[in-house]
Structures are given as structure tokens and as C-alpha cells.
Design a protein around this ligand. Structure first.
Ligand code: C2E
Ligand code: MG
Ligand code: MG
Length: 592
């Protein structure tokens, strides 16, 4: 029956390795004989009667192996071998030249035009079979090595090594009349979040989809490479104007913003794209990549999506490095300091607490605001040391006030995302607070709504740990972070701080007023207190009080003040709380 000894063709098919061999000979009889033999061996065969046809076929079909008769009219086997070898897609394919003349000269010639091997006429088929087999094996091994070296295994796209070689080829190709090309450096904006929340497999899948979508955005000749992690590079060749590159970058940016549907959910992503153009922004791969990377960093920071390299980025970058270096030494050099902004209880008009706000007394820049360096501290991880310094300083300060006979105020401390991601945070903080011998509920931690909502599931454990220490928790800058009610309910907060944009708008815009009223109601419904920040006028303060807001802070009540100014400023505002203690100190404040 049919299932007895399988014919070679089927065996090859089973192995899914059907090799295509191109046979080129002007002698029809010889060609036919070779063809039949190879077909019988299970190869797919294409044939050509002359060298020009052979080159044409190689261009279109990229065979796995070529057998060329050395002697042919018009373009002989040696000439066509040279041409085929120069085709980019055929640079490494095995080429076997059939020499009728078994002399050293033609053998040397065969190798000098790039032939892989030669065989002499009349053809010994047993030898031919073995030679073909060997050449194909070596070639596929070479291909695998090439793949490992040049192809990113996850996305199947060229990798960083290939990207560099591709650019090197563009630099050195003197035949190109249009020498300009653009390098796009792309980085996913929130990929870490995907990986952390959905797992690495989902992350990998998403990277594949991203690479496919990127490939679909550019022309066939453009290179889309995976640079590493969630970074991709695109080389756009033959660019004629910045405008054209800008349009392509915009297109890519827009395409990436469309939802990705996979694993039964819809994901929204965005990318920041930095663009460097050769030769204006760099003359070699290293400097072009650096320029594109800097432009990407700038696009990400300013959230503009994409942007070209500009020379000022270099000095910005230097400045940033310098600032980073200075910040590393800021604690040791005692350059950090805390300001304290009093908080008023709206029902009694009394000051019950302070929000600690950090400043950096920089030796050359003067007083630097947290808006200018907290971000940097987060990126570099310095925020952990800084946060610890803040807590220690506050505990010392409260004790110092108490030693001078003042009652202890409650102090609120701002925590940022990176601090909450530190698994040791609660343990370290617990030690500091217990060493200070202060009651934990004097300390309140403020976490912005956007920080919490970025990854509520991860936050919740850390928040619960902090809460379990006996400290209080407040949601900061509320109204800007799109929280869901479900999540709010699960989180152990005692206060909601209404973002100052709504508070300041509240006297002039009915929309802001409604938002403020809603947030107050929401806070109360959840059993939390509503705190207004950025109260700048008497009108606003009155309105907030009428709406039932519990607490407030802002320039109208008091600016952030240095520690030394606090007792005087506060005593002047309300004398009832900041009193000299005569007897033993009591941690609870005489507020409502
Ligand atoms: P935040 O926690 O929302 O702090 C309130 C900000 O509003 C402070 O800015 C404060 O000076 C300012 N402010 C106070 N009253 C008024 C007012 O009446 N009108 C207006 N327009 N603004 C007012 P600051 O001190 O520049 O702090 C900015 C942000 O930096 C803080 O926002 C907080 O998120 C962060 N930050 C401050 N200190 C620390 C810290 O020690 N650690 C961490 N991680 N972040 C901090
Ligand atoms: Mg705050
Ligand atoms: Mg705030």
C-alpha cells in the first residue's frame, strides 16, 4: 500500500524542510537530468537556461541552493555567481559551480567569484547528493547562528546588533544619492505597569503586538528593530524633509494609541518617540542613538509624544546629571530642610496640624522647590533616603517643640510612588517612630490620588501596613486621578484632600464648586474628612465652611513656614492649642 516505504519527497515534507534548488544550465538535456535527480531526492527544483534568468529568479524567489553550469553563453556561470552573491538576499546562499574543465585555474576562479563549492563534469550523482546535503546543512546552521545573533527571539524583529550593522551599512554606502536617514527611538510609556499587573507573559504578548503594529506603520525597506525591553528603533531611509519624518512619527504615535485587544481585555498604551536625523544630529551609530534617546526622554518628560533631537537637550542632560550628583550629596551636606504649612479645623478655627513640605537649599541655585527635584529623586531611588530623612527630621522637630513646652501638632508627610514600592518602608518607618517615642497617630501620610490609582492592588497592602502602625493616611490632590468608588472604599484613608485647582476655582466657577461639594459629600459618605488645599481668599474659606468642608490649608490661613516661625505664627492665629505644658505631656490635641 501507500504507507510502505515513504518516498523521499514525503520524508522531506514531514520534516518541514522542503529545500528549493535552482538549476542553471544552457544544455536542456543536462538540465533535465539534474532536475529529475533532485526531484527524486525530494527537493523542489526551479531551472533556468541562462545566467540572466538565474539572477532574476534569485532576486524573486531566494532559493536555498544554486547549481550553476560554468560554461554558458552571454553570462557564464562564474559571472552569474558573482552577481547572485552580490544580491543582499543571496549573500550567504550555497552556490555550486559545475566545471567541465577540471583544472586549477577554473577552480580558483569559482572560489574567487564567491562559489561555495565546485563539482566537475561528468557529474557523479552520488558525490553531488552528498555535497548538496552537506552544503544545505552548513547553510541552515549558519542561518540559525545568524538568527541568534541578529534576531530578537520574542518579536522576530532585528535586534540591537542588527540595527547597528544596518546603520553602519547606510553610513558606508557611498552609492546612496540621498544620504539622509532618520532614527526613531521608541519607548512604551507604561509598560512596566502592564508587566507588573498582568504578568510577564502578557507583557511579552503585548510587545509582539506592538512590534507588529510598528512594522505595519512603515515601508518595507525601513528597519524596525527591538532595542531591548520595551524599546524599539526604526530606521527610516530616504527621508527628504523633517516634515515627512514628523508625519510618520505622528502616524506611529497615533496608531499605537489605539487599543490593543488581547487576553480578553482592552489595553491602552502610548509611546514616546525621539527622532535623530543623519547627518545633522550624529555621524555614527553611537551618537545618533544617544541623540534619539535624549529626544525620547524629553518627549516622555513633556508628554508631547514625539520630538526631534535639539542641541539644548544635551545641556539639559548635563544639567540633570549635575543636579542628580548634587542631590546625592544633599543629605550628607545638610542642604535639605522642611517647611511646615499649618492646617485649620474649619469648625473651630483652630490649627491642629502641619503639612511638612521639603525644600533644598542648593549652594548655587538657592532654594529649590520639590517640584524640581522630587521627580529626580524618584527616578534615581534617592527618594527612599530622602523620605527617611524627612520622617526622622519631623520626629526630632516635634520632640524639640515639646521640649520647649509646646503641645505636639499632627504632621503630614508626603509619600511618593517609589517610596510605597519599597517593601521595607513600613518596617523602617515603624522603627523610626517607635525610637522617637511619639504616638504614631501624630504622623499622617499623604499619597496622591494618581499614585494610588496607578496600581491600587499593589498599594493596598503597603497602605494597610502603614495604617496598622497607627498612623493616619490621606489622599492628596484628589480630583485629578480618576479613582473609582469601589477602590476608594477598600482603602484605609481617613482624609481626602481636595486638589487646589478646584478649591481656587470654587469662588468663580460653578463647575469647580460642584466638584468640591461632591468630594466633600463623598468623603463624608466614606467616613472620611474633607480637607481643602490651596485656600487663598476669605471668600473661598467661607464657601468651604458653608459646604461642610472639615479642614483647610492655604496661603490665606498660613504659608508654609520654617520650623522656627511655627510657634509664633500659630500662636498668633489661635492660642488655644499651642500652649506651654506644665504637667505631663498629653499626645491628644484638644481639637474636635
Ligand atoms: P502637595 O502635597 O499637594 O503640597 C501642597 C503644595 O501647595 C505645596 O507646594 C504648597 O507650598 C503649595 N501651597 C500651599 N498653599 C498654597 C496656596 O494657597 N496656593 C497655592 N497655589 N499653592 C499652595 P510645594 O511645597 O512646592 O510642594 C509640591 C509638591 O511636592 C507637594 O504637593 C508634594 O506632592 C511634593 N512634596 C513636598 N514635600 C515632599 C516630601 O517630603 N516628599 C515627597 N515625596 N513629596 C513631597
Ligand atoms: Mg501633600
Ligand atoms: Mg496636595
Amino acid at each position: 500500500g501507500d504507507d510502505s516505504a515513504p518516498v523521499p519527497l514525503e520524508r522531506r515534507r514531514q520534516q518541514e524542510r522542503l529545500f528549493r534548488i535552482l538549476v542553471v544550465d544552457d544544455d536542456r538535456g543536462a538540465r533535465f537530468a539534474l532536475r529529475e535527480t533532485l526531484l527524486g531526492e525530494g527537493y523542489e527544483v526551479v531551472d533556468a537556461g541562462n545566467g540572466q534568468q538565474a539572477v532574476q529568479i534569485c532576486r524573486q524567489q531566494a532559493p536555498d541552493l544554486v547549481i550553476l553550469d560554468g560554461v554558458m553563453p552571454v553570462m557564464d556561470g562564474f559571472q552569474s555567481c558573482e552577481v547572485i552573491r552580490s544580491l543582499p538576499e543571496c549573500a550567504s546562499i550555497p552556490i555550486l559551480i559545475v566545471t567541465g574543465l577540471n583544472d586549477d585555474a577554473s577552480v580558483d576562479k569559482a572560489f574567487s567569484v564567491g562559489a561555495t563549492d565546485y563539482i566537475s563534469k561528468p557529474i557523479n550523482y552520488a558525490v553531488l547528493r552528498r555535497r548538496i546535503d552537506h552544503m544545505l546543512q552548513v547553510h541552515s546552521a549558519e542561518k540559525r547562528v545568524h538568527q541568534l545573533a541578529y534576531i530578537d527571539s520574542l518579536t522576530g524583529r532585528p535586534n540591537r546588533t542588527k540595527l547597528n550593522e544596518h546603520m553602519d551599512a547606510l553610513f558606508s554606502d557611498t552609492s546612496r544619492k540621498d544620504k539622509q536617514f532618520a532614527l526613531l527611538f521608541l519607548d512604551l510609556d507604561n509598560f512596566k505597569l502592564v508587566n507588573d499587573t498582568l504578568g510577564h507573559e502578557a507583557g511579552d504578548l503585548l510587545l509582539k503586538y506592538v512590534s507588529e503594529r510598528l512594522t505595519g506603520c512603515v515601508r518595507k525597506g525601513d528597519l524596525v528593530a527591538r532595542f531591548g525591553g520595551d524599546e524599539f528603533c526604526i530606521v527610516l531611509d530616504g527621508v527628504r524633509s523633517y516634515e515627512m519624518v514628523r508625519n510618520i512619527a505622528e502616524k506611529i504615535h497615533d496608531h499605537l494609541k489605539r487599543p490593543f485587544v488581547f487576553l480578553g481585555r482592552e489595553m491602552l498604551l502610548s509611546m514616546s518617540i525621539g527622532i535623530a536625523v543623519y547627518p545633522e544630529h550624529g555621524q555614527d551609530a553611537v551618537s545618533l542613538l544617544k541623540a534619539a534617546d535624549m529626544a525620547m526622554y524629553d518627549a516622555k518628560k513633556s508628554q508631547k509624544g514625539f520630538g526631534f533631537y535639539e542641541s539644548h537637550l544635551e545641556s539639559d542632560n548635563l544639567e540633570r546629571l549635575e543636579l542628580e550628583n548634587d542631590l546625592r550629596n544633599a543629605i550628607a551636606r545638610d542642604e535639605l530642610l522642611l517647611y511646615y504649612q499649618p492646617q485649620e479645623d474649619l469648625s473651630t478655627g483652630q490649627i491642629f496640624g502641619l503639612e511638612a513640605l521639603i525644600r533644598w537649599q542648593h549652594p548655587r541655585r538657592g532654594l529649590v522647590s520639590p517640584a524640581e527635584f522630587i521627580h529626580l529623586a524618584e527616578e534615581t531611588g534617592l527618594i527612599n533616603d530622602i523620605g527617611l530623612w524627612v520622617l526622622c527630621t519631623i520626629c526630632e522637630q516635634i520632640n524639640a517643640w515639646m521640649d520647649r513646652g509646646f503641645a505636639a501638632p499632627r504632621v503630614a508627610i508626603n509619600l511618593s510612588a517609589r517610596q510605597l514600592a519599597n517593601p521595607n518602608l513600613a518596617t523602617t518607618f515603624r522603627e523610626v517612630i517607635s525610637d522617637s517615642r511619639l504616638p504614631a497617630d501624630l504622623i499622617e501620610f499623604e499619597i496622591t490620588e494618581s499614585t494610588i490609582m496607578e496600581r491600587p492592588d499593589e498599594m493596598i497592602d503597603m497602605l494597610k501596613e502603614l495604617k496598622a502602625m497607627g498612623t493616619r493616611l490621606a489622599i492628596d490632590d484628589f480630583g485629578t486621578g480618576y479613582s473609582s468608588l469601589v477602590q476608594l472604599h477598600r482603602l484605609p484613608f481617613s482624609e481626602i484632600k481636595i486638589d487646589r485647582t478646584f478649591v481656587s476655582g470654587c469662588t468663580t466657577s460653578s463647575e469647580s464648586r460642584s466638584i468640591v461639594r461632591l468630594v466633600i459629600e463623598l468623603a463624608h459618605a466614606l467616613g472620611m474628612k474633607a480637607v481643602a488645599e490651596g485656600v487663598e481668599t476669605a471668600d473661598a474659606l467661607r464657601m468651604l465652611r458653608d459646604m461642610g468642608c472639615d479642614e483647610a490649608q492655604g496661603a490665606f490661613i498660613a504659608q508654609p513656614l520654617e520650623a522656627a516661625e511655627i510657634p509664633a505664627a500659630v500662636l498668633q492665629h489661635t492660642e488655644s492649642i499651642w500652649y506651654r505644658t506644665s504637667g505631663p505631656w498629653s499626645p491628644t490635641l484638644p481639637t474636635s
